[in-house]
Design a protein around this ligand. Structure first.
Ligand SMILES: NC(=O)CC[C@H](N)C(=O)O
Length: 337
């Protein structure tokens, strides 16, 4: 009988990378003061015995770090392992446990480069497992539920926290400390409650199987950096980033992605020297940057990031620039993904 249930259940692999979901604090009162990336994947799985009712689950420790320390090489390593598993007949879905600080970057990266319809779910938590009202157990349970569900196929990389199913493209950490931390300007795609998924919308942008990018063809990512804008800003950061080898600079602009008159000449100069300038906005609840609004992008040959926040724009620019250095192609890609 046990063999029969195992046959019916989906096979889900949990790739663990660290973060608070694998964190531990000194006391149950420590919801914010703790060390991330302490528990191994086997302990995470053992901590939620109910996972066995949802799927045949096995774990792999890909790395054990706090996600603010993730590098481009780490992204490639994780991406390549996900692709290998997605190609395996024995794997129906993949869950990635991840720190929440850069979870939105990794989820978007995988959404762009994994050529598969199989569910890929990235999950984290806001409180370590040692804390009162820890959220990791339920978030992981929900992630495995979504990853083992056939309905989740072909919907792009997904993120499950706070009972919501979010698009890995759109979602961003908008709040810290609180468990209701991840938001999307366009709303969640669905809910997951007691191991069952309820879907309400689909992503409109190209992703995964429909993407022109393939992790198997990518061996390195170009240097793309972000410069933050504010009153009295100078061009120092932009010049320094270009000097250090940035192939593109994401302008984390004020408001509509506006650029200070103190910075415009330096950006024109950098672009003449081959650095792509990509305008985004650092407003918190959904930037929306349009070409030739506030700045003459056609005249300067700049690119706009549209609704992508600066950190997501960095991910797309890196992936796109593995294929093209042409600003018009880059802009096409920024509209489509
Ligand atoms: N809630 C979290 O996961 C944050 C912990 C850590 N800063 C990380 O991103 O890994």
């Amino acid at each position: 009988e046990e063999a029969q249930t195992q046959q019916k259940l989906a096979n889900v692999v949990i790739l663990a990378t660290g973060g608070t979901i694998a964190g531990a604090g000194a006391s149950a009162a420590n919801s914010a003061t703790y060390q991330a990336a302490k528990l191994g994947v086997d302990k995470l799985i053992a901590g939620v015995p109910e996972l066995a009712e949802l799927a045949n689950v096995r774990g792999e420790q890909v790395m054990q770090i706090a996600s603010e320390s993730i590098t481009n090489d780490d992204l490639l390593k994780l991406g390549k392992r996900v692709a290998e598993l997605a190609d395996s007949k024995d794997v129906d879905g993949i869950v990635i446990t991840h720190g929440t600080d850069t979870l939105e970057e990794t989820a978007y990266f995988l959404n762009l480069v994994e050529k598969t319809d199989k569910p890929i779910v990235v999950v984290g938590s806001m409180r370590p497992g040692t804390a009162m009202s820890a959220d990791g157990m339920l978030n992981l349970y929900n992630a495995v539920a979504v990853a083992s569900d056939k309905q989740s196929r072909g919907k792009g990389v997904l993120v499950t926290l706070n009972d919501e199913i979010q698009s890995g493209r759109d979602v961003s950490k908008a709040v810290n400390i609180k468990t209701e931390a991840f938001k999307s300007a366009w709303g969640p795609m669905g809910m997951v409650v007691e191991g069952k998924s309820y879907w309400f919308r689909l992503p409109a942008k190209r992703h995964t199987a429909d993407s022109e990018f393939d992790i198997k063809q990518i061996s390195s990512l170009p240097q793309v950096d972000i410069a933050y804008s504010y009153g009295n800003v100078s061009d120092t950061a932009y010049k320094a980033l270009a000097q250090s080898g940035a192939k593109a600079i994401i302008h984390a602009g004020t408001g509509n992605g506006s650029v200070s008159s103190r910075v415009v000449p330096a950006l024109q100069e950098l672009h003449k020297n081959g650095v792509q300038i990509i305008r985004s906005s650092h407003v918190n609840q959904g930037g929306f940057v349009l070409r030739n609004a506030e700045q003459p992008d056609d005249k300067y040959d700049w690119v706009v990031a549209h609704d992508l926040n600066p950190q997501k724009a960095r991910i797309l620019a890196m992936v796109a620039m593995t294929k093209t250095q042409d600003s018009k192609e880059l802009q096409r890609i920024f509209w489509e993904y």
